[in-house]
Design a protein. Structure first.
Length: 276
């Protein structure tokens, strides 16, 4: 079984409506599959504007229009598809959710953003996802023919414990649909992605929407892939585009053997106490 796969990160244009978002995503997915990508990734909130006012009217349950679009696209193109994220509603709660589908169009994973984006930077960005969204509570690691892949969403990447738990579950790559802003993006985007990669000797695939200066929320963009050794392998600028990068899961296994950062068992992680 091959451990190497061509991944494609689709830095789709920022959108104002669901129909336009789905149309753009469909075009980018088809283009990526046509050149041989086996793993395709979409950005955070790829089919609606990234703002609290847009989340409730665009919220759908699993099995709805957006979910079905992603399932059909994966099956049509015979790819593993990480569907960025969209507002998912269940039992009256709205989640920022990434669904993952296999080559048959079957759902094999679901990650609901666990750490909500609630920030207030004087003179910079203010956003309160918790005004409209609920936090998820479950890890997402999916099995693929190349190896296990974990999922985080945007603000989740600031919490190294989550990435470590995904790596301990065997994830050799972690997908991060994200939409960093113009305050934190220039300072923290690449730093955080490289840190999570080298923390765990995993690939990090960070996929953002393209930048639109006229949007209410301006994405930093710069989708990127980081190697298990913390090296930035490929990175886009701010324009709509597709980033292609070959991933070799054997490099993950080799790196983790050479520098055994995952040797601690999960149950040992929090047994260290502080003496007063």
């Amino acid at each position: 079984m091959s451990k190497t796969i061509l991944a494609a990160l689709c830095q789709t244009p920022a959108v104002t409506d669901k129909a336009g978002g789905l149309a753009a995503a469909g075009e980018y997915i088809d283009r990526a599959a046509a050149v041989g990508a086996g793993l395709v990734v979409l950005p955070e909130m790829f089919c609606c504007p990234y703002n609290n006012a847009a989340f409730p009217p665009n919220a759908e349950p699993a099995g709805g229009e957006v979910w079905q679009f992603l399932s059909d696209a994966a099956k049509k193109n015979n790819i593993v598809l990480a569907g960025g994220s969209f507002p998912e509603i269940e039992d009256g709660k709205i989640y920022n959710t990434c669904f993952v589908f296999n080559e048959k169009g079957e759902q094999i994973g679901r990650h609901r953003k666990m750490h909500l984006f609630d920030i207030d930077i004087p003179g910079g960005q203010k956003f309160q996802e918790s005004d409209t969204l609920a936090a998820g509570r479950d890890l997402c690691v999916v099995d693929t023919q190349w190896g296990k892949i974990g999922v985080m969403i945007c603000f989740d990447v600031r919490f190294p414990e989550l990435a470590r738990l995904l790596a301990l579950e065997g994830a050799g790559a972690i997908i991060v649909p994200a939409a960093f802003n113009m305050t934190t993006g220039p300072l923290h985007w690449e730093l955080l992605m490289r840190a999570r990669a080298v923390d765990n000797f995993t690939y990090i695939l960070a996929c953002a929407p393209a930048r639109d200066e006229s949007a209410g929320y301006v994405s930093y963009a710069h989708s990127m892939v980081v190697s298990p050794w913390g090296k930035t392998l490929a990175r886009l600028d701010a324009s709509p585009d597709i980033l292609y990068q070959e991933l070799d899961f054997e490099l993950v296994t080799a790196g983790q053997a050479q520098i055994p950062v995952l040797s601690a068992r999960r149950e040992d992680l929090y047994e260290i106490t502080v003496k007063k």
